[in-house]
Design a protein around this ligand. Structure first.
Ligand code: SF4
Length: 374
């Protein structure tokens, strides 16, 4: 995949430094995002991956003022978009950036679509807000967009309301609304979670096509299949911090942080409680390495102070883990011993299931069930 890694002057499209979001709760402050730094380059797809409650969504919502303050407090050293700070913008300025330059797609399309207005009105509105075009030109553009996201008979369906479409179709329409302002950056939060497997595959195709058109994407997901399908780079989050980052091939073939390994090995290490719940119960440390209560490789050095600094993994300076066992003086051999890639672990679990469950047969193609509601 060919990507431009930065602007003409080498600056990333989005640059985030030491983002912190804390939320006041009845039990005190919840440090939902705790010192997060990353870049998204032009034309790049970055996936934020981790369990529910790890801070992925709050990170994205904090970037464009979507986290209500109060009860939250958001601070950062820098949040720069296209070389300009957005950290100190007013709500009116942020609203103008949202939808036009940075568009959000949420897990639940109903939260993005207004049941009162037709699909056509909702797709044409951002076009007309951001461009000086006639009503008929905007409608033509809306039809093109709906076709692009895979809405059949798009021209005829412009005057339908959201409830007349299935959940998968509603998610596609929400993506069309997000794309209507021709954004530079699409932030999509678990966009494939609320739809069935067939629709998921279609949405992944759609995201690949959006990326292929040069739109940068920041994709939040806990689904490693989504990451494998669309990501250029991966940021693994745990307890409000990024614990591993790197090109998708490097992180998948050589998961290096103990949490990434646990996540890849089991697709989740929790006992059923989300990280947010465990944080609220005081089970996740708020200093030192946030993962140390669950880490089989923890040593004294992991406690106290800040989250361990990022240290390069192997030969790749782009691939780094926030773990004391890496770096020039570290010895990660014990960590690496039992590492499996997510694809290995999926294959192994699949083999185990097939060997113990004779009724389970290989997946067969699913018929197209993504219909429209009548
Ligand atoms: S820093 Fe320590 S606790 Fe954290 S992942 Fe590394 S070994 Fe485990």
């Amino acid at each position: 995949m060919t990507r431009s890694r930065g602007g003409t002057d080498g600056t990333p499209l989005l640059s985030v430094r030491d983002l912190r979001t804390r939320i006041r709760t009845d039990d005190g402050w919840l440090h939902a995002v705790d010192g997060v730094s990353f870049d998204v380059d032009r034309g790049e797809t970055v996936c934020l991956v981790g369990e529910s409650g790890s801070g992925k969504s709050v990170t994205c919502e904090s970037l464009t003022g979507l986290v209500p303050q109060p009860p939250a407090e958001v601070s950062s050293d820098a949040v720069e978009f296209d070389g300009e700070s957005v950290a100190d913008r007013s709500e009116a300025e942020l609203r103008s950036i949202r939808g036009r330059r940075i568009a959000h797609v949420f897990q639940n399309p109903q939260s993005a679509l207004d049941p009162v207005y037709t699909v056509g009105e909702q797709v044409t509105e951002p076009i007309r807000i951001h461009e000086d075009v006639s009503r008929s030109t905007a409608r033509d553009r809306a039809v093109d967009l709906l076709r692009r996201v895979g809405i059949p008979r798009a021209g005829e369906r412009l005057d339908s309301h959201p409830h007349e479409f299935s959940g998968g179709m509603q998610q596609r329409i929400a993506i069309a609304v997000a794309l209507a302002g021709d954004p530079d950056l699409l932030i999509a939060d678990e966009p494939t979670t609320a739809v069935d497997v067939t629709v998921q595959a279609r949405l992944l195709d759609l995201f690949r096509s959006i990326a292929g058109d040069g739109t940068s994407m920041l994709l939040v997901t806990h689904d490693l299949r989504v990451v494998a399908a669309v990501a250029d780079r991966v940021l693994v989050m745990y307890g409000g911090t990024i614990v591993e980052r790197g090109p998708v091939e490097a992180v998948f073939s050589d998961p290096s942080h103990p949490y990434t390994q646990a996540l890849f090995d089991s697709y989740g290490v929790s006992d059923g409680a989300s990280i947010a719940e465990r944080t609220a119960r005081g089970e996740i440390p708020t200093d030192g390495c946030r993962f140390r209560a669950e880490c089989p490789h923890a040593v004294d050095e992991c406690a106290g102070g800040a989250q361990p600094a990022f240290r390069s993994v192997a030969d790749s300076s782009d691939h780094a883990a926030s773990c004391v066992h890496y770096g020039p003086d570290g010895d990660p051999s014990a960590i690496r011993e039992n590492a499996t890639s997510p694809m290995d672990s999926r294959a192994e679990r699949g083999a185990e299931r097939r060997s113990t469950d004779p009724a389970e047969s290989p997946a067969t193609p699913t018929p197209d069930t993504e219909g429209e509601r009548r």
